[in-house]
Design a protein around this ligand. Structure first.
Ligand code: HEC
Length: 115
């Protein structure tokens, strides 16, 4: 039992270190309710952050245009009617906040892989 607890706390510490660099993006992602439909590794109502990051691999910067409403979706466009109203929640964000949010969404791919 003790071993299990030590193992869990080591995992939690590593996990916290990974996400620490992107606290700001994570905070926005959670406070805007994105987390309800987007889990880290498993597709649920929306595609997982790992799925989104995989679709944007090699063109990471264009996710910023998408989040600003300046680019069409590429992950699952047939379901964009579910996602479109969510984009309205981002209209009041500053550019640096959008950037932090984009970095969080993209980097969650690595977090999922390391877990
Ligand atoms: C009600 C469920 C729901 C919520 C809440 C939600 N999304 Fe989505 N999201 C979806 C669905 C469904 C898709 C797939 C449609 C698509 O790819 O256009 C999607 C797709 C996406 C994509 C991929 C877009 C692409 O290129 O296809 C991103 C990025 C994204 N969401 C970010 C967010 C952010 C940021 C928030 C919080 C402001 C958010 N989502 C809230 C359901 C949701």
């Amino acid at each position: 039992m003790k071993k299990v607890i030590i193992g869990l706390s080591v995992t939690a510490t590593l996990f916290m270190t990974n996400i620490h660099a992107n606290d700001k993006g994570k905070g926005i992602f959670e406070s805007k309710g994105c987390v309800i439909c987007h889990k880290k590794a498993m597709d649920t109502i929306g595609p997982s952050l790992a799925t989104i990051a995989a679709s944007y691999a090699g063109r990471e910067a264009t996710i910023i245009d998408y989040l600003k409403g300046d680019a069409e979706p590429i992950v699952d466009p047939s379901r964009k009617a579910v996602m479109n109203p969510q984009l309205a929640k981002l209209e009041t964000l500053f550019d640096d906040e959008i950037k932090a949010l984009a970095e969080y969404i993209i980097s969650a791919n690595d977090i999922a892989a390391k877990r």
